[in-house]
Design a protein around this ligand. Structure first.
Ligand code: PMP
Length: 396
């Protein structure tokens, strides 16, 4: 018999979310996830995806995936430690290490999975983790899973990090101490202060962990935030996702050979969950080869990002302090941000409102993610729609 407790719990909480306007309706796309998408029979300029370089629909990646399916089938068959590993998985990891300028790399089934895997494979209840307060949910969950003491520091506040690192070190309570940060913060587009973080880490002997989901393929000629600052040999864990700039699915840790060897014997999603499919692996490998060979897509991305930012700023929008193509339009009031996003949609732009708890209360925004695949015409059209709706709602 179905649980009455569960039914009551679900009904009460779903109704509560719906009544507060917090129930997220997921739009079914009737097209690939490109720069223009189709929803409900209407074409919309898509400014919401993480497909930064447009690789999710790239013909070269599609071809590589199709060939891999023909050669290796559709599934990896089992966990790699149990059933052996396809050669293409090993090749992907070699390519990732080359791309990230590290000794070795290990691939996971998603970026989320990767944070769950990597943190708890190294940290335990005798340890402490210094974590930026705006770190991604998967980092927060990975930290919790490790049972280490979590010490949050104010966002990118190096004085606060230093003080908390000093206190943790001098307390003598902890065996290992780690500092974790996103490389690029996805809600504001700002870049972590890695040179200062490395300096503090050296002073207090901290393990360094950078989740570069939004910096890989975007900064450092594509190699990411760590390379952007020339710190490839100073960061212990470089985490990346294969689902954003790379355009496919999966995640990875890149670092020293010993670290990767350890993760292969100790990280639970690697040991207990089936590996990426051959199609995913082949498409990811192709994407990384493209990024190693050329910076053309990054250049397009940055040109489009700069163009959109300039256009929206000139109209009078508050675009915050982004240092990357991520372009928020900060509105403040959550209801107004939702209304703005809805009106943009009606006029032909798909850009989602982001509100509390994803961003702090009172900083509701519409976040725009320009990509290398957008044309100038699309961006011009989007900017003129922003002007119309922004004036209509009294935002500009
Ligand atoms: N880390 C960060 C910083 C992210 O933004 C995301 C995705 N939103 C992830 C990890 C998870 O990546 P994936 O979608 O590949 O699971």
């Amino acid at each position: 018999m179905a649980s009455k407790k569960l039914a009551a719990f679900l009904q009460e909480n779903l109704e509560d979310l719906k009544s507060r306007g917090l129930y997220n309706v997921i739009d079914p796309l009737e097209s690939p996830n490109g720069p223009v998408i189709k929803i409900g029979g209407r074409e919309l300029i898509n400014l919401s995806s993480n497909n930064y370089l447009g690789l999710a629909t790239d013909e070269r990646l599609k071809k590589a995936a199709i060939e891999a399916v023909k050669e290796f089938g559709v599934g990896a068959g089992a966990v790699r430690t149990i059933n052996g590993t396809l050669e293409i998985h090993v090749n992907l990891e070699k390519k990732i290490a080359e791309f990230k300028h590290t000794e070795a790399a290990i691939a996971f089934q998603s970026g989320f999975n990767c944070n769950m895997a990597a943190i708890s494979a190294v940290m335990d209840k005798n340890d402490a983790i210094l974590s930026d307060e705006l770190n991604h949910a998967s980092i927060i969950d990975g930290c919790r899973l490790s049972k280490a003491k979590i010490i949050r520091f104010n966002h990118s506040d190096m004085d606060d990090l230093r003080a908390k690192a000093k206190e943790a070190k001098e307390s003598g309570q902890f065996n290992k101490i780690m500092v974790i940060t996103d490389g690029v913060f996805s809600m504001d587009g700002d870049i972590a202060k890695l040179p200062e973080i490395v300096e503090i880490a050296e002073e207090f002997d901290l393990i360094t962990y950078v989740d570069d989901a939004h910096g890989s393929g975007v900064l450092g000629n594509g190699a990411g935030t760590v390379k952007h600052f020339g710190l490839s040999d100073k960061i212990d864990f470089q985490i990346g996702t294969l689902s954003k700039a790379i355009g496919v699915i999966g995640g990875y840790v890149a670092g020293k050979q010993d670290l990767i060897d350890w993760l292969k014997v100790r990280s639970r999603p690697f040991l207990f969950s089936t590996a990426l499919t051959p199609a995913d692996v082949a498409a990811c490998t192709k994407a990384i080869e493209i990024l190693i060979d050329s910076t053309e897509l990054q250049e397009k991305l940055w040109n489009n990002g700069d163009y959109l930012k300039k256009g929206l700023k000139e109209l009078g929008f508050d675009i915050g302090h982004s240092e990357t193509p991520i372009t928020p339009c900060i509105i403040g009031d959550e209801v107004l941000a939702q209304q703005f996003s809805k009106r943009l949609n009606e006029e032909g732009v798909y850009a989602k409102a982001i509100v509390f708890p994803t961003v702090p209360r009172g900083t509701g925004r519409v976040r725009n993610m320009p990509t290398a695949a957008h044309t100038r015409e699309m961006l011009d059209q989007a900017i003129s729609i922003y002007e119309k709706v922004g004036k209509e709602l009294g935002i500009i």
